[in-house]
Design a protein around this ligand. Structure first.
Ligand code: ZN
Length: 701
């Protein structure tokens, strides 16, 4: 491990933060970010840091204070107020107590916050209080865990790290660990670091740099030892999977198995997304003899538990091409895991704290030799966290195996204690999930006016969206625009709806990313203006290919996917008011859209047995969304303006004036109708919602 400390970067942050926050907190922020930037040290809110200083009260008196990381804050991007100030003297008094339970400890920490209500200090705040050094850094360094999480791990850590590092056996985090650490510190005044077996590393110093560089030194020593024993200390990279093909077959089946039960009142299920992990390191590890036992042997450090569960599930698939067999093996793996988890809960039920409900017994991670890990979550973030933790966990387990060790995780009792701990559950509690959280959509014709409005509305509802359209600037700019707000929840996938191979490839791309598809919005379509008398046959056929064959091909792909995934689904076709009230000189469009509408109705008949609903929305002219003009506009706008002698605003006013409600129809209105079906507000299939402000001639019957 190399030190990333850079004096000029530190000075720059000091200039920026020092005037308001003071030198200590400015440099504390700098080195906390250095620790957080290294995934081999901490992951997703793991680890914690502190600095001691003083605070002035209303009477001008100075009191010693501790500034310690807030629970769950991420070191990588921590702000100066990410370290919460607490009065130090009252915290030190707590050390004299014989016992202090979690809830009382949290209450005491909150009571002594300098800014009441500023947040929950880290679970390890008392460690930072009881140890005297000014700067303290705590991480869950992979290389250190690769020493301690094995048979004889504590002795090995002592041997490798020398006298300057204290090695403590595992002690449950909280008051007990704080007291044990303080006693060990006092007994070894020359130590510069402390290793907590099966948990992590603590280093300290008089200034930010000294504490940080002690971490670098200890981790480097551990890495040198591992390398000398043949374990390559490659940081596990977040590479794109090598086992993609197989994951595409496995992930939808797994999603289907893990979708929650169908709620009879709403007809909805709670879905999970799959974040695949198939780096060469992971594939290599899973293929080794004995990998199963090691992989199922518990997490590296207890704060990973609430993200990945106590152990993953394990599935060995000999034939990926046989789908019935594949699904049988995965079902057995999920059931074996659930049984093991329920037995574990039963064994420890007497220790379950009041007010906590048991987690679902489904696995959060499924390991498949030859394929990698399928990491699961109820939203993209949870799945990505499970994936990153799994990458590091398997990496460390691989090092231990390569250096001749036998992995030894925490005893089951300690796992249960950390998993069912009020403090940890508080970290997971958050807002209600978004209505389509955990669901995945494919939208065709996404780059147009209506398509882009639908993509945005789905993203706002928590859905992951594969936005498909012809490759080019329109799609790229849409994805650029939406990813600024929705990050990894939007994926641009070039796709031509008239190309069956391209459609299959687009589906694979979305499955590689999120594991499956739950909602398909069939929106791609083109228009053409011509009387029947002067119709150009080639133009008519072009509309047939996109509007009819394109719909057929996308519905076919969706149907095959929904059958494999076996957890229901929704299809919404963006139809048009012209299906019910066609317009003169609009024959090619009206006829081909009528055919696509009819195909969707057929799909509603054929797919109902899979619990797939197929519905239609029928908008009247939507010509733009934000700055995006629709293809329909390009085709008919200028023509209609000419025919009626109107300008653009005049034409919009004309369309508005012809409906009962005198409403301008927007892409957002169409998207709202899509959301109505996607969120399954009513038990409805094969039906059409007009989105047209009221056109009596076009009302579907
Ligand atoms: Zn920790």
């Amino acid at each position: 491990m190399k030190s990333l400390w850079n004096d000029s970067d530190a000075a720059r942050l000091l200039d920026e933060l020092g005037p308001v926050w003071g030198e200590a907190l400015a440099l504390r922020t700098y080195s906390a970010r250095l620790l957080g930037s290294d995934a081999a040290l901490v992951l997703h809110g793991g680890g914690n840091t502190s600095v001691k200083g003083a605070a002035t009260d209303l009477f001008g008196e100075r009191h010693p204070a501790l500034f310690v990381k807030a629970s769950g804050a991420d070191l990588a991007g921590i702000a100066p107020d990410g370290h919460l100030g607490l009065g130090l003297a009252p915290l030190l008094r707590l050390r004299t107590l014989p016992v202090l339970g979690d809830e009382q400890m949290v209450l005491e920490l909150r009571r002594h916050l300098l800014q009441p209500g500023s947040g929950a200090p880290s679970i390890e705040a008392l460690v930072h209080a009881f140890l005297p050094p000014r700067f303290i850094d705590h991480t869950h360094a992979d290389a250190v865990l690769a020493l301690t999480n094995r048979a004889g791990g504590e002795a090995l850590a002592r041997e490798v790290l020398g006298d300057e590092a204290i090695v403590l056996p595992y002690v449950k985090p909280g008051f007990d660990l704080a007291r044990a650490s303080a006693e060990a510190f006092e007994a070894a005044p020359r130590a510069r670091a402390m290793v907590w077996a099966r948990h992590g590393l603590l280093t300290w110093g008089n200034d930010a740099r000294e504490a940080y560089e002690a971490t670098v030194e200890v981790v480097s020593r551990a890495e040198r030892y591992l390398a000398s024993r043949g374990a390559t200390c490659l940081a596990v990279r977040d590479e794109v999977a090598r086992a993609r093909e197989r994951m595409v077959a496995v992930a939808p089946v797994l999603r289907g198995l893990l979708a929650g039960p169908r709620d009879e009142a709403t007809g909805r299920r709670r879905h999970v997304v799959v974040a695949p992990l198939a780096t060469p390191e992971v594939i290599g590890f899973l293929g080794q003899r004995g990998a199963r036992e090691v992989a199922l042997g518990g997490p590296l450090t207890s704060d990973h538990l609430i993200r990945t569960g106590p152990w993953p599930a394990w599935a060995e698939i000999d034939d990926h091409s046989d789908s019935a067999r594949l699904s049988g093996v995965l079902r057995a793996a999920v059931e074996t895991h659930a049984r093991r988890y329920r037995e574990y809960l039963d064994r420890h039920s007497s220790a379950m704290p009041g007010g906590l409900a048991a987690f679902d017994a489904s696995p959060r991670v499924v390991l498949v030799p030859g394929l990698g890990a399928a990491c699961l979550g109820h939203d993209l973030r949870a799945a990505a966290i499970a994936r990153d933790i799994t990458a590091h966990t398997l990496g460390v387990k691989g090092w231990i195996a390569a250096s001749g060790g036998a992995y030894e995780g925490l005893p089951e009792r300690d796992l249960f204690h950390m998993e069912y701990r009020t403090l940890q559950h508080a970290k997971l509690a958050g807002r209600d999930p978004a209505p389509l959280s955990g669901e995945v959509a494919i939208v065709t014709g996404a780059a147009g006016a209506i398509g882009s409005g639908i993509c945005r509305a789905l993203l706002e509802a928590g859905c992951a969206v594969g936005a498909t359209d012809l490759a080019g600037e329109a799609l790229d700019s849409l994805v650029g625009e939406l990813s600024a707000s929705f990050g990894p929840a939007i994926l641009g996938v070039p796709m031509d709806v008239t190309d069956p191979a391209g459609i299959a490839a687009a589906w694979r791309r979305v499955i590689e990313e999120w594991g499956g598809v739950d909602l398909v919005v069939v929106n791609a379509g083109i228009a053409h203006v011509s009387s029947l008398a002067s119709m150009d046959l080639a133009a008519f056929r072009r509309l047939e290919r996109v509007n009819v064959e394109g719909t057929l091909l996308v519905l076919g792909e969706a149907a095959r996917h929904f059958a494999a995934q076996n957890s229901g689904g929704d299809v919404v076709l963006v139809s048009t008011k012209n299906v019910f009230a066609p317009g003169a000189k609009f024959g090619a469009y009206s006829a081909t859209k009528a055919a696509s509408h009819q195909l969707a109705r057929i799909a509603s008949l054929e797919l109902a047995e899979l619990d797939v609903r197929v519905n239609m929305v029928a908008p009247d002219a939507v010509f733009s969304e934000g700055g995006r003009k629709s293809g329909l506009w390009a085709e008919v706008g200028p023509d209609r303006m000419r025919a009626r002698g109107l300008d653009e605003a005049g034409l919009e006013a004309y369309y508005r004036s012809r409906n009962l409600l005198k409403a301008a129809v927007t892409a957002r209105h169409v998207a709202n109708a899509v959301l109505f079906f996607a969120t399954r507000q009513t038990p409805t299939t094969g039906a059409t919602i007009p989105v047209d402000g009221g056109l009596p001639d076009a009302t579907p019957r």
